[in-house]
Design a protein around this ligand. Sequence first.
Ligand SMILES: Nc1ncnc2c1ncn2[C@@H]1O[C@H](COP(=O)(O)OP(=O)(O)OP(=O)(O)O)[C@@H](O)[C@H]1O
Length: 304
Amino acid sequence: MISARGLIKRYGDHTAVDGIDITVPKGQAFGFLGPNGAGKSTTMRMIGCVSPPTAGELRILGMDAATQGPAIRARLGVVPQDDTLDTELNLLENLVIYARYFGIKYKVARERARELLDFVQLSDRAESKVEALSGGMRRRLTIARSLINEPDLVMLDEPTTGLDPQARHLVWERLFRLKKRGVTLVLTTHYMDEAEQLCDRLVVMDGGKIAAEGTPRQLIETHVTREVVELRFNTEDHSAYAEKLDGAAERVEVLPDRVLLYTDDGESSVSEVHGRGLSPASVLERRATLEDVFLRLTGRTLVD
Ligand SMILES: Nc1ncnc2c1ncn2[C@@H]1O[C@H](COP(=O)(O)OP(=O)(O)OP(=O)(O)O)[C@@H](O)[C@H]1O
């Protein structure tokens, strides 16, 4: 569905995307994980054929992005970061009008719009104005809109940013269903749980480059230990404690508010902490996550 080789995007002197390679097969949910400014949206815009690459080769749906943009766009679904719905119109009208961009006949558009509202569980709101919808409902409507041209590939830029947990789960559940229907999904996210739950494969981006790639499980197994012990001390300066804990685990990481011990045996690391005469205010043993992978690879946390 997507093949990029040596993809580069420069804005003046600034290189936003710095020579990335990606391959996305059909039916996969492929995620770009990374902090602000990593180059995720820029990559999505190139794949969406709205921003031409400065250099490199980019093929989407077997076509060349440089020369076949309009043909590619006709077969893509796009869910932008900010909702661009027409709030003055009702839900059905939003979908039907969008269908016109694709030259879909009115009768077909209305039928599809009804089906799609059903798919995103908004049928009972068909005649309401968009301005009356919650954030989660708007997202679902935007997802419905992205499907009006029956796309093979749907691109979602931070599909659940700003939504409450329940609204996020509703969006995820619909995206799972889309995937089951064989639609390929490409998404960007700041959220490790979203990446873990939705994505078959991930690239971790940082500073315009790909820092790592794999399934969520592979990334965790390759880059971090199985367990993590989080220690919080009554102090303003956790780095002093990190020094005292040198060698207490496979790796010791310090954040402003805690020390992280990366270990394959949480219990013995906790004993080691006490053995060194240290008394943390709190101790949390947990499984390693993508957030830990990210910290390892970039030295930063996902959500600043
Ligand atoms: N149109 C533009 N003109 C100049 N610089 C840009 C433009 N778009 C993006 N950039 C810069 O390119 C870099 C990558 O931005 P991009 O929006 O792709 O990051 P991102 O990973 O999507 O971040 P976010 O999570 O905040 O959306 C940033 O340094 C940004 O300031």
